[in-house]
Design a protein around this ligand. Structure first.
Ligand code: XLS
Ligand code: NI
Ligand code: NI
Length: 433
């Protein structure tokens, strides 16, 4: 125990009327929504990197956060883990997520890295048993160190590919040992700055092979979790290969991995890609690759991945509506891939950011569940396509242009436009948020 959060009591549900900042107003883990406890629906996770490793720097200035665990020694790494589990306990967070580089200092040689990760895996495992927090997913940081500046799997240097493969193996082993429910690959620097020095086709094949090896290794070690790829359109590279859900799905199909890999979809990345979050979720669900979500929000003006804590209930409602329609999470969950603003330097800020985010998600989930139970949105959608239910319409899909054309002429077909009722449906949604 570091005592970093010593003055902060465990956060409990007190209901919407409470004036206590250090309480949940909407997130009651035990409240049953659509037949399932809210905790089991949302499956919240804290992101180790933003909450414990990020120092509060920006392009114009250095760290603003003075955390006692900042430093490069293994003692610092242990102190960081102590503080992390103190926060998980206070919030009652069921899960956390981590990169190798978040939990131990990086060395220049691989053997030292491996030994450190091994040691910290045991240390974290001990905390998990004591506090009861579980691992939603682990991942490898293949983007911060300068060796990865031109990518990991897609690097022009095969030695970097090798280092990356060995690091992924180590992180999958650690994730497996800690009972992780998923393993994530976000293509940190898998992309390019300029086409002038880039061979797109070759880089895609390298990335395809790496992912296939990850899938093979999952089966080899009997990892029961899900392999997840996280799309993002840009940042840090000008053009990221895993642009959005549609792009990643095409990539998975191209390398025959669509039945093995699902997606971890992030709110802010969807916005950067020019989509809404619910678009990305609905598309992934329709392709049967919806795995997990990284929840946050972006500044809608800046065009950066600002990774702010979520606080927009209507947005959360539409997002969880898609998650619920898809049948809810299985191995996935809601990871707070969100960081404090640079001036939010107090321990309380870190706690309350999560409390507010969890409450916003809880309100969204409850509104989404009510919308589903009400059923009017779904029946309006069904109704809109109902003419396709006729045997004639279905038979047309099995016919050909010649016969369809003949029928259009024979029946003197004149399609009648029908209202899309958008505003009526938007009004309906506003009943619930
Ligand atoms: C960065 C990504 C990263 C992944 C994990 O934009 O969101 O945080 O979730 O590597
Ligand atoms: Ni993310
Ligand atoms: Ni992100």
């Amino acid at each position: 125990m570091t005592g970093y959060f010593a003055d902060i009591p465990p956060i409990a549900y007190e209901g919407p009327e409470t004036q206590n900042e250090f309480a949940y107003r909407h997130y009651d883990p035990n409240e049953v929504v659509l037949g399932k406890r809210m905790e089991d629906h949302l499956r919240f996770a804290v992101a180790w990197w933003h909450s414990f490793a990020w120092p509060g720097g920006d392009p114009f200035g250095g760290p603003t956060f003075a955390r006692p665990w900042f430093g490069d020694s293994m003692d610092h790494a242990r102190a960081k883990a102590d503080a992390a589990f103190e926060l998980f306990g206070i919030l009652g967070q069921p899960f956390f997520c981590f990169h190798d580089a978040d939990v131990c200092p990086e060395a220049e040689d691989f053997a030292t890295n491996l030994a450190r990760l091994d040691e910290m895996t045991d240390y974290i495992g001990g905390h998990m048993e004591r506090v009861g927090t579980k691992l939603l997913w682990g991942t490898a940081n293949l983007f911060s160190h300068r060796r990865f500046m031109a990518g990991a799997a897609t690097n022009p240097d095969p030695d970097v590919f090798a280092w990356s493969a060995a690091t992924i193996k180590a992180c999958m082993d650690a994730t497996h040992r800690l009972g992780g429910q998923n393993y994530v690959l976000w293509g940190g620097r898998e992309g390019y700055e300029t086409l002038l020095n880039t061979d797109l086709g070759r880089e895609a094949d390298q990335a395809g092979r790496m992912l296939a090896m990850v899938v093979d290794y999952k089966h080899k070690i009997g990892f029961p979790g899900t392999i997840l790829v996280e799309p993002k359109p840009q940042e840090p590279t000008k053009h990221q290969y895993d642009f959005d859900v549609a792009t990643v799905y095409g990539f998975l199909r191209r390398y025959g991995l669509e039945d093995e890999v699902k997606l971890n979809i992030e709110q802010g990345h969807a916005i950067l890609a020019g989509h809404s979050f619910e678009h990305e979720l609905a598309l992934a669900a329709s392709l049967d690759v919806l795995g997990s979500i990284d929840i946050n929000r972006n500044d809608y003006q800046s065009g950066w991945d600002t990774d702010q804590f979520p606080n927009n209930v209507p947005e959360m409602t539409l997002a969880y509506y898609e998650v619920l329609r898809a049948g809810g999470f299985t191995t996935g969950g809601t990871n707070f891939d969100a960081k404090l603003r640079r001036q939010s330097i107090d321990p309380e800020d870190l706690i309350l950011a999560h409390v507010g985010g969890m409450d916003a998600c809880a309100r969204g989930l409850k509104a989404a569940a009510a919308m589903l139970e009400d059923g009017r949105l779904e029946s309006a959608r069904r109704e809109r396509y109902s003419r396709w239910d006729s045997p004639e319409a279905q038979a047309m899909l099995q016919s050909d242009l010649d016969s369809i054309s003949a029928r259009v002429l024979a029946e003197d077909l004149r399609p009648e436009p029908v209202s899309g009722r958008q505003e009526r449906l938007e009004n309906l949604v506003n009943h619930y948020v």
